[in-house]
Design a protein around this ligand. Structure first.
Ligand code: C2E
Ligand code: CA
Ligand code: CA
Length: 389
């Protein structure tokens, strides 16, 4: 495999050297720049696989560089690194997302070696698979669906499951969705993939659990599918085939997808609602949309992004933000789900904030259907259950 290229833009030389050493140990060619004068030239000449960008650089700052990267139609993943206040860094990262750039999670200085290491290892993984392999895996139904429990924070009941796709290779190893969903979207395979995930979810999960009252099986819908006007009819046909009421199926659409094509989103999602499907705003909080705008689209549920939920118990700022999302969301009539609940403390904080539903590793990891059923049979013995009751 050829080496990957890393472009570092940071005026702190010691920091640059530190990153360089770790990246070289991970088999990267490293191009380090202490000022931005030749940044664009390097971008063209070295076609980086990853850009690590400091916000505070003399003359042209990091925010201005994000604008330049947008003008260059840059598709390279970008990680912002900074010692500035969290809020400023997060705001710059969101700005990058709004520019349509491939923004990675931010790297707060001082950077931990293991965080950087795992970031460097992740880069370029999408290239591991080819469209042909993916197309074959879909045709041969080699994709597997895992189910992650959704739990009522008020009474500890199981209220649903999110279907999350995985691809199991011949050697038994798994490829995670972030490594092949973008490829499926790029090469026109996302519809087939979604229909396969829906079919498996209906067959394995929804047809079994929808006999219980109020159980929702959630399936992710890619932004690319919001232009497909046939979709509501096709999904309805599938539910008929498996004798599942669409009212037991929830379709998750990311906030940015819904807001970037609001007209199409209103059209398609209204028709889904007319057919009784439940629709949910996924990754809420990662875009800039206000609830007043989102409310034009007939959503039933808001899923607060895990970025706001992880370690919430320890962060006053996050508690205030999430409290506001929950109060406003409820005023608009949404059910509120928090994803990324990883600890007991976070769970209790969310319950106290009167969040309706929780999803996350502390409650239950995504798992194959058999394991999910065993998890449910043992629901009374889980630690989180005692925490809630
Ligand atoms: P998502 O829809 O936001 O799904 C939640 C992701 O967060 C899942 O990652 C899940 O495993 C992970 N997660 C759950 N609980 C926790 C937690 O407590 N902490 C942390 N750190 N993470 C948690 P996964 O399965 O890798 O999926 C990643 C993304 O891939 C999904 O994000 C979704 O956007 C996409 N995806 C997965 N399956 C499908 C699919 O069938 N169709 C489409 N279009 N996209 C899918
Ligand atoms: Ca989701
Ligand atoms: Ca999400």
């Amino acid at each position: 495999m050829s080496k990957k290229n890393l472009l570092i833009m940071d005026d702190d030389q010691d920091f640059g050297e530190y990153i360089k050493a770790i990246a070289e140990a991970n088999d990267y060619n490293v191009f380090y720049l202490a000022d931005s004068s030749s940044f664009i030239e390097h971008l063209h000449n070295h076609k980086p696989d990853l850009i690590i960008l400091d916000l505070e650089i003399p003359n042209v700052d990091g925010v201005q560089l994000l604008r330049l990267l947008k003008d260059e139609n840059c598709s390279c993943p970008i990680a912002i690194t900074s010692a500035l206040d969290d809020k400023i860094v997060l705001s710059a990262q969101r700005l990058g997302l709004l520019h349509g750039l491939d923004m990675l999670p931010t790297l707060q200085k001082p950077i931990q070696v293991q965080d950087l290491d795992s970031l460097l290892k992740k880069i370029g993984k999408t290239c591991e698979v080819t469209p042909k392999q993916l197309s074959r895996a879909i045709a041969e139904k080699k994709l597997i669906v895992y189910y992650q429990p959704k739990v009522s924070l008020q009474n500890g009941q199981l209220v649903g499951a999110e279907a999350l796709v995985r691809w199991q290779k011949e050697d038994g190893s798994f490829i995670m969705p972030d490594s092949f969903i973008p490829l499926a979207e790029e090469c026109g395979l996302i519809k087939k993939l979604t229909l396969l995930v829906l079919e498996k979810s209906l067959q394995e999960c929804a047809s079994y659990y929808s006999k219980k009252e109020n159980f929702l099986t959630s399936v992710n819908l890619s932004a690319k599918l919001l232009t497909d006007l046939q979709l509501p009819n096709e999904l309805e046909e599938f539910t008929k085939q498996y004798q599942v009421d669409p009212a037991n199926i929830c379709l998750e659409i990311t906030e940015t997808a819904a807001m970037s094509q609001p007209l199409q989103a209103i059209d398609i999602l209204t028709r889904f609602r007319m057919k009784k499907f439940i629709v949910s705003v996924d990754d809420f909080g990662t875009g800039f949309s206000s609830l007043a705008l989102l409310h034009r689209i007939p959503f039933n549920e808001l899923k607060i992004d895990k970025k706001f939920i992880k370690n919430i118990a320890e962060q006053k700022d996050l508690i205030t933000t999430v409290q506001e999302m929950i109060t406003l969301g409820k005023n608009y009539g949404y059910k509120i789900t928090a994803e990324g609940v990883e600890t007991k403390e976070d769970l209790l904080t969310l319950r106290n904030l009167r969040c309706d539903i929780g999803q996350g590793y502390y409650l239950g990891r995504p798992m194959p259907i058999q394991q999910f059923k065993t998890w449910e049979e043992n629901i009374l013995n889980h630690e989180w259950r005692t925490t809630l009751l």
